[in-house]
Design a protein around this ligand. Structure first.
Ligand code: TNX
Length: 764
């Protein structure tokens, strides 16, 4: 009988080859083999744990099932009764990778095996994903999964300083991480706008530092604030509660205490640890502030070390995040104590002084048996010997760290900043900027191509960052984090060769109703119709591609003015609907998805786009040099694509340069001209400055140009037009745009090269 049983099972499973379809799991497991039949999940199920060690995981599973079933299943140390079982067991055979598990489901029993408790927990998450979101007794399909993560650090960050989120929400956030097998929660607890963690030795940190007298409203740079007192903090008891809650979900909480910059809230409470001595206010607005911790004062270090001692007492994890980013050096330059420190320590500049601060703090933290991690600025002036780097300004920081044998966590703004727009900014709630779709996150490869295998092992993983300057409520945190976090979870867990965007999107769409059922406000920006213009075959015509990120529904459009009757055909490219349309005159367009069944609009409001045609629109255009790669969407054509860029659409509609640019447009034939103009952006907080001037010249043959004059603009915030009004005849128009050069003192990024942002040439 012992030998017969497996054979019988084998035979029966081959007989009617009706295996179940693969379930839509996120992240996709390493290997999954489907079988026939179902395991019924009813109150009759008992959960068996092979050792006391798994009590926490067993109870977790029981509690989840209790919410679905009429009665909670029994949790037993071993099999004492007959009936269906879910058996959780630790295997000591040493075969299973860290955090890996195997899940075997047959009609009679479920076996979940791992070499560690984390693996059991991840296997439970897989099992939960197989269950329906709500409702009663159910069944899960028979299958075998063997699974393990690709990276050890699978993180999500939350900034609770700019806006504060209470313990209940933080736990919810941790639950979301757990659901997708993420295992690091980076808690950004201090910043200029609020200190959020109780420190017993320094009560003013929360009495004073946790409260501000108002908050910035609207976009940066407008100087608009409300005067509503704002604040909040976590008591140490609450912190312990969160740490324990996360630990039960195999998530390590990484606390961040910002130093030496982003310290205004701390300095408002204890101004004596600054260079100037204060008084200071907890900041109402966002940005980077000149006053930082004084690096020349030994009592500053005692203060920071006392704070870190309490923090290390609360957070048992290996890493303590000490910030280190965006620390202006002005106050150190003017501070006698800091200058004396530089002299006595033989430091050649303020970058080395920053490095001195970090290394001194590192020594302290290391002596307590912990390690520090910091933003990539900690590389400047020399990296502390044992520090890990969190690479946010691109991937260079991570590369430099790995090449020098330091661990790194990748979090580049381009793919991992979930405070950026995830759909066309024109259709999204106000965000900080950027443009990072869920597909873009999914395309992220955490190991930079330039690393060799022995260096790549220093890349611990990656992390999604949720900075909350423009994120005011828990609902909006969810909107910004989900679904991008799911894409990142798969990037970090699933083997590279098993990643497949179209397949992920399909699974994601099946996940949306489940997220909804658990009350998560996921963004549906995926369903937004993207309207992308490109140069038509004939000059003066624009071809429009309309596409959505999903294969569901039909991508439709409505032409409001200026166009012929809409036709309703579409084609499928790479599994996604796509429509191409030809335009040659001004008008308005709406793109939207309809449900194929009911013809009603689904999921996402229509995208609207106005097109304004002028003599330059969709004509031949060159720019020398081409725009910088980061801001080159659509190429030179973007300047004549009929779309006038809006301020919000920095990454989609404006082109950016770091130097002068010469733009030439061929109008196709000699034209009567009375107006030549171009738009430029003034957004100094993003280092974007207006050009000094625009020199305009014209030509009939494209060889000999005669100057028409030079245009200046008023330096208003936002969009400005550089215009020449003169009646002339010409075929070619040339604009030489003079870049503003280095950013002047008094502006963010002073001394660095400014950005020149241009869009839409107007010739009438
Ligand atoms: C830069 S990322 C910061 C934060 C901001 C964030 C907004 C980093 C280390 N510093 O202070 O909140 O940009 O995207």
């Amino acid at each position: 009988m012992r030998f017969l049983l497996p054979v019988l099972i084998l035979l029966s499973s081959c007989a009617s080859a009706q295996t179940n379809p693969e379930p839509p799991l996120i992240p996709r497991p390493v290997s999954i083999t489907m079988a026939e039949g179902y395991f019924p999940v009813t109150s009759a199920v008992s959960i068996i744990i092979d050792s006391k060690e798994l009590k926490s995981e067993g109870s977790y599973l029981r509690d989840v099932l209790a919410t679905l079933l009429p009665e909670a299943p029994m949790l037993l140390p071993q099999r004492t009764i007959e009936g269906p079982v879910i058996a959780l067991a630790i295997s000591n055979d040493g075969e299973m990778p860290t955090e890996g598990y195997s899940l075997h489901i047959t009609p009679e029993r479920i076996d979940l095996v791992s070499s560690d408790r984390a693996g059991i927990f991840h296997g439970i998450q897989t099992l939960i994903q197989l269950l329906p979101p709500k409702g009663s007794e159910t069944a899960v399909p028979c299958l075998t999964i063997t699974d393990h993560p690709r990276f050890a650090w699978r993180g999500m960050h939350l900034d609770v300083s700019r806006h504060f989120f209470g313990v209940e929400f933080v736990k919810m956030y941790i639950d979301l991480l757990a659901r997708y097998k993420m295992n690091r929660f980076h808690w950004h607890l201090t910043d200029d706008q609020g200190w959020r963690i109780e420190i017993k030795k320094y009560p003013k940190l929360t009495e004073v530092g946790a409260w501000r007298s108002g908050s910035q409203i609207g976009p940066y740079g407008r100087g608009e604030y409300d005067s509503i007192p704002y604040g909040g903090f976590y008591t140490q008891e609450q912190v312990r509660e969160v740490v324990a809650y996360a630990a039960a979900r195999h998530i390590t909480v990484v606390p961040e205490i910002e130093m030496p910059g982003h310290a205004m809230a701390a300095l408002a409470a204890y101004p004596e640890y600054s260079c100037k001595g204060g008084p200071f206010e907890v900041q109402k607005g966002w940005g980077v502030f000149e006053d930082v911790f004084c690096a020349g004062n030994d009592s500053t270090f005692s203060f920071l070390q006392d704070v870190l001692s309490e923090v290390m007492g609360l957070f048992p994890g290996e890493y303590i995040h000490i910030g280190g980013d965006e620390c202006p050096k002005e106050s150190w330059k003017a501070c006698a104590k800091c200058q004396a420190r530089m002299k006595s320590e033989g430091l050649k500049d303020e970058h080395e002084l920053q490095s001195y601060v970090i290394q001194r703090i590192e020594k302290f933290v290391n002596a307590k048996g912990r390690k520090i991690i910091g933003w990539d600025e900690i590389l400047e002036g020399g990296l502390a010997p044992n520090a890990a780097v969190m690479s946010w300004r691109g991937t260079e920081g991570g590369v430099a760290a790995a090449k020098s044998g330091h661990y790194a966590v990748m979090s580049p703004g381009s793919h991992c900043y979930f405070d950026h727009y995830q759909g066309d900014p024109a259709n999204e709630p106000l965000a900080i900027g950027g443009y990072t779709t869920v597909q873009k996150v999914y395309s992220y490869e955490p190991i930079p191509a330039e690393l060799k295998a022995d260096q790549a092992k220093y890349i611990l993983g990656a992390q999604g960052n949720v900075w909350t300057e423009y994120i005011l409520t828990p609902e909006q945190v969810e909107y910004m984090a989900v679904p991008r976090m799911l894409a990142l979870a798969e990037v970090l867990w699933t083997p590279k060769d098993k990643r497949d965007e179209a397949d992920f999107i399909k699974r994601l769409e099946l996940e949306f109703p489940k997220l909804e059922a658990t009350g998560v406000n996921a963004s549906k920006s995926l369903y937004q119709v993207r309207i992308k213009p490109r140069q038509g075959n004939k000059p003066g015509t624009i071809e429009l591609d309309m596409s959505s990120g999903t294969s569901r529904g039909t991508c439709m459009y409505r032409l409001e003015e200026g166009y012929d009757r809409p036709d309703r055909t579409q084609s499928i490219v790479n599994g996604f609907y796509q429509k191409t349309l030809l335009l040659n005159q001004s008008g308005r367009l709406e793109g939207y998805l309809t449900d194929t069944i009911s013809d009603r609009w689904t999921e996402y409001p229509p995208s609207k786009q106005e097109f304004h045609f002028n003599l330059a629109t969709a004509q031949k255009i060159t720019t020398t040099p081409p725009p910088a790669e980061r801001y080159s969407e659509g190429g030179a054509f973007t300047l004549v694509d009929g779309i006038t860029a809006q301020e919000k659409r920095v990454n989609t509609e404006w082109l950016g340069w770091l130097k002068d640019v010469t733009i030439t447009v061929d109008l196709g034939s000699e034209q009567d001209i009375s107006h030549i103009g171009i738009g430029a952006l003034n957004e100094t907080y993003s280092w974007i400055h207006l050009p000094k001037q625009v020199e305009v010249s014209i030509s009939s043959d494209g060889k000999n140009y005669s100057p028409l004059g030079s245009a200046e603009a008023k330096a208003t915030v936002g969009r400005s037009e550089f215009v020449i009004n003169k009646a002339v005849k010409a075929r070619y128009v040339r604009l030489v745009v003079k870049h503003a050069g280095l950013i002047p003192e008094g502006f963010p990024g002073a001394g660095k090269q400014s950005w020149l942002f241009l869009d839409e040439i107007e010739v009438h």
